[in-house]
Design a protein around this ligand. Sequence first.
Ligand SMILES: [Zn+2]
Length: 495
Amino acid sequence: MTLSRMTHCAVRSLWGQSSLLALVLLTCVQAQTPLPQTAVPTLPPPSGLVTAQPIGDSIFPALGQAGLDVLKYDLDLTVDRPGASELRGTVVLTVTATKSLPVLSLDFLGPPVLDLRWNGLLVPYRHDGTAGKLIIGPPQPLLPGTRAEVAVSFAGQVGVRPDPDLPLNVGWQAVPAEGERVGANFTLSEPDGTRTFLPVNDHPSDPATFTTRITVPAGYTAAASGVQRLEKVAPNGNRTFVFEQAQPIPTYALAIHVNRFERVDSPAVPVGVGGTEVLRRDYFPAGIAADTRDAYASTEGVLQVLADWFGPFPFSAYGSAIVTPRVPALETATLSTMPVASSAVRVLVHETAHQWFGDRVTLADWSEVWLNEGLATYAELLWAQAQGETGSEIVQGWYARAGRNQTRPLVATTERQLFDTTAYIRGALALHAVRVTVDDAAFRAYLRGWVSEFQDRPVTTADLLTYTHSRLGARAEAALRLWVESPDLPPMPER
Ligand SMILES: [Zn+2]
C-alpha cells in the first residue's frame, strides 16, 4: 500500500451507506430460497457450531480459523448496478485442514447467505454478520489430508469494515455515478476487507488461488487478478469475464474492478519464472486525462529493474487498474490498484515490488507488515539508482523523516502502527543497514533468495533474522537486529 497524499485527502462518502443485516439468529434451515431478513427461525445450535479457534493473529485476534487451509476460491459474481454497495454470487471454496475441524469458521461481513452446501449437500450454518463469522457444520469433521468443496451463495448489501487509520472503509468499494462519471466498483481490501464481500479465511498466512468469473451490464468491463481466460457477451449485452489466478495470493490482494474501462495491452515482458513472458495489460477508466497514463509507460522498465534485484516476476501477468477516488494505492496481485492522484512512477515501483513482497511472499502475522512495506519502499531506492541516481538523497531523506516521527521496534503491536512511518521508512532503512555490510552482488542474491526460499511459507521477522545470518553472516544479522529491536532510531547506516 502507498499512503502518499492521503493525509489531507477529503474522502467523501463514496462508499455508500451500506448497512449490515444483522443475521445473528441461527439459520439451520435447509435454505433453498432467499432467507427472510427478519424472523429467521431460532433453533438450538448443534454442538460444535458454537466455537472455532481463530488463527491467533496478534493484531486481529478474531480473524481466520486455525487449522483451516483454503486451497482455492472459485468465484461467480454478478454486479447488477455498478456503483452500488451490493453484490451477488456464489463462491466455491476448496478446503483442507491441518488438524481435525468439527466446524468451519469463515470470515464474512458480507451479503446475506442464500444457500450453503458442503460437497453438494445442504448443511447447517450460522451467519453472524455483526461478528463477521460464517460458521458451518459439515456432515463429518474435516480431517487433515481430506478435501471438501463448500459453496456459499449470497446477495445484497456488502459489509462494512472501517480502515484501521484512514477515513474509509476497506473491502468492496462503490463509486456512485456523478456528472459524466459512471458508477464503478473495485476492491481495496488490505488488511481484512475481503470479508466484506466474500466468505474467506481472511488472513495472509492462508494464501489461495482464485478463479474469478464476473458478469457486468452491457458497456462495462470487469478486471481481476490473474490472466483473463474468457470474455462472453450474452444476448442482452451483459458481459462475463473469467480470470485465472494460478499462483496463491493472500485474500486482501485479490483485485476486482468493474468500470467503463479501456484495456490497453502492451508487449509481454520476459521476466517471468524461467524467462517466461509476463502478459502486460492496464485498465484506464473512460475519460481520464492523457497525462495520467504517463507513469504506466514505465511499467516494463520497472518490471525489468525489480526482477533483476528480486528474481523472476512471480505471476503470469502484470499491470495497473486506475481508479478515480483518492484512496491509497494498493498492490492487488497482478493488477495494482492505482488512484489517478497517485499515478506516479515512484508509487508504481512500490506497488510492483509488493507483487514479490506481500503478494507472493506472504505474512505469517499482521504485526510483521514492515516486511512488506520496508521492502516495497526500499524498491523505490533501487529504481532511482537504476536511473543513475546515487540514492544518497533518498536515504538521507528517509533518515530525516524517521527522525521527525515517533519511532518504535519494527514488529507492530497495535493496529494503528501497521502502516505508520516506522513500517515504511524505518523498514526500508533496516534493509539498507543490511546492504551496507556487504557488496551489492551479495545483497542481490540475498533479496532473490528471500523470495525463492519463502514464497510458499508465510514469513516472520525472526525468519528474516535467521535467513540474514545464514546468507550474509553475523555482522549483517546484528545490523538488522538493531533496526528491528531498538526502541530508538539507530545511527544512519553507512558503508
Ligand atoms: Zn506498500
